[in-house]
Design a protein. Structure first.
Length: 344
């Protein structure tokens, strides 16, 4: 009985250390996020009293051509259905699961429709631009990062130094990088890209005015490829070296090593990086805002369009945009988990 207070004390002390962090997390993260859902049903300018409006903010969102383009989504949906049909046919020919191949075909067709429609000149909204940036980050950043990681994993000289150099943009302020690229790379008069074009006799391009989305994509890839290189290197080091040695003895080619050894072993890491790409795209703000001057621009992604609405005093509508983006990103992640057959 004498040891009872001491035992209770040992059980309680760990929770006492956790409580301050838990309170901070609830007050500054959980509560604000829950309140966003509540405010999305109100008309509010951020200062005055709130006025309940029901789902009017979401009705406005559905009709808002600056947020999303129904023409582009109609084209994309047709492409998605065509992709699903092709996926089902391929599944029947290869005796595979119809649902998985159908969903995979639909997603590829949908994404292809968005990219193709945008290239063809169909007006795009903030949502489509966000998805384009996210899609290209998955299909460009991750494969390039994986290839670089595989090269550096091959025990070449200076691998650590190169990995450090590639990772440097990640630890530098995004605002500083945005200003650097805006004035030193993309500037119409003194930018490095236009200086290179002049050498070849081409006319200078106003990159941030004429090609803002492409400019953002180039800069984003340059910054974040290094992050995924480091993640993939860590994942590759978790694979026992004996497996690679056995593959060499069996005469497996580099492609078969990648397909049957590397990818299955780092499957969950790949899923994590895909989720990071998608969620990071919906949260991206400072780079595009500073680099393109988005406060005065008509080219927006969902985060900058949301902030623009807040600047105009439409806080309830901005919260409705945030809620819509949350469910869209949640649906994308759910599809990814289904396609990759990973349970969490």
């Amino acid at each position: 009985m004498k040891n009872m207070p001491e035992r209770w004390f040992r059980k309680i002390v760990p929770y006492l250390f956790v409580i301050p962090a838990l309170v901070f997390f609830i007050v500054f993260f959980i509560y604000p996020n829950i309140d966003v859902f509540r405010i999305s049903f109100y008309e509010w300018d951020g200062i005055g009293p709130e006025k309940y409006t029901g789902i009017s903010n979401f009705e406005r969102l559905v009709k808002d051509s600056e947020f999303w383009s129904w023409k582009l989504w109609f084209i994309s949906s047709l492409c998605g259905l065509a992709g699903a049909f092709i996926g089902v046919i391929l599944a029947s020919l290869r005796n595979r699961k119809f649902l998985r191949w159908g969903v995979f075909g639909f997603v590829l067709g949908l994404l292809g429709g968005i990219l193709g429609g945008g290239i063809a000149g169909v007006p795009a909204g903030a949502l489509e631009r966000t998805l384009v940036i996210g899609i290209q980050s998955v299909f460009i950043q991750l494969p390039v990062a994986l290839v670089i990681a595989l090269i550096l994993h091959g025990k070449i000289k200076g691998a650590r130094i190169f990995a450090t150099i590639v990772f440097l943009p990640v630890i530098i302020s995004l605002v500083a990088l945005a200003l650097t690229w805006r004035y030193m790379i993309y500037d119409l008069r003194v930018g490095a890209l236009n200086a290179a074009l002049k050498i070849f006799g081409a006319k200078p391009i106003n990159w941030l005015a004429d090609l803002p989305l492409l400019s953002v994509v180039i800069t984003t890839n340059w910054i974040y490829i290094g992050l995924y290189v480091v993640i993939f290197i860590a994942a590759l080091r978790s694979i026992p070296s004996a497996i690679f040695d056995s593959a060499k003895v069996d005469g497996l080619s580099s492609f078969h090593v990648l397909r049957y050894i590397v990818i299955p072993h780092i499957k969950k890491v790949i899923l994590l990086t895909i989720i990071m790409c998608i969620s990071g795209t919906f949260k991206a703000f400072d780079l595009l805002w500073v680099m393109t001057g988005a406060e005065a621009s008509e080219v927006h992604i969902t985060s900058t369009y949301l902030v623009k609405q807040m600047m105009y005093g439409y806080w309830g509508y901005a919260c409705a945009i945030a809620v819509a983006c949350f469910f869209i990103s949640l649906a994308i992640v759910a599809v990814q988990l289904k396609l990759m057959r990973i349970k969490v």
